[in-house]
Design a protein around this ligand. Structure first.
Ligand code: ADP
Ligand code: MG
Length: 224
């Protein structure tokens, strides 16, 4: 997918990401400062500004939490890991959220010996982000199919949902830092996925049909 490749190259420019992070954090900070000052001057009551501060502080916290996974892993953190095991962990981890949203997750790993050189925490985060997006795309519930299989020297993981799909007009915006269509979204989930997969010398791609669903495909080099 040409578009994703271009996006990945763009993201290599750390400065661009830093600038948009700075921007996203400055907005809530400005609000916090402004309202605190009003409270200090007696123009507003602390109990009235508290809910606003709470929202803005949570926003900064969410952004910081998501960005935690972006750093380049140290060599010592890279290990040969069974991808099926990582997917099983993610599957287990996501059960409660899926249940709450009437979503069933099917996990199929045809081959239990799919080993890749990776940082477990980062890779888990990639799959968590993609499963979360899949759940959030199915407002009335649905099914997520997760598969992992071997294709030559690649481990191929697919995460398929039957959610609302991604409209054509926004396809090339996905993966831009802070691009989100959700009221409470951060627009960081895919940025993080693209960066981590690139760091693992893998590929990430998606096909989507409006109103039908979306399938994300992740390819990781098989460890020798
Ligand atoms: P966020 O989830 O915070 O919005 P992401 O980077 O994870 O940020 O996703 C960016 C946007 O991509 C989402 O707001 C949504 O519009 C779209 N998207 C991602 N995954 C899916 C999916 N499986 N189905 C439909 N839309 C999706
Ligand atoms: Mg997301």
């Amino acid at each position: 997918n040409q578009q994703l490749q271009i996006k990945n190259e763009k993201l290599g420019i750390a400065g661009q990401l830093a600038a948009s992070i700075a921007h996203e954090i400055r907005n809530p900070l400005t609000a916090i400062k402004g309202f605190l000052k009003l409270a200090y001057q007696g123009a507003m009551k602390l109990e009235d500004i508290y809910p606003i501060l709470d929202i803005e502080i949570n926003r900064i916290e969410t952004i910081a939490n998501e960005l935690m996974f972006l750093g380049k892993p140290a060599k010592s953190e890279i290990k040969e890991i069974n991808i099926g095991k990582i997917l099983l962990d993610v599957y287990t981890l996501m059960q409660s959220q899926a249940n709450l949203d009437n979503v069933a997750i099917n996990l199929d790993t045809y081959d239990n010996n799919l080993y890749a050189l990776c940082n477990v925490d980062q890779l888990k985060q990639v799959f968590i982000n993609l499963v979360k997006n899949a759940i959030e795309a199915m407002e009335n519930g649905g099914i997520i199919n997760i598969e992992a299989k071997l294709d030559g020297k690649w481990i191929v993981v697919t995460i398929k949902d039957n959610g609302k799909g991604i409209p054509k007009e926004i396809k090339n915006k996905l993966g831009e830092p802070f691009y989100t269509t959700k009221e409470k979204g951060t627009g960081l989930g895919l940025v993080i996925c693209y960066n981590i997969i690139a760091e693992h010398k893998g590929k990430i791609d998606f096909v989507s049909e409006d109103g039908v669903g979306t399938t994300f495909t992740i390819r990781l080099p098989l460890a020798n």
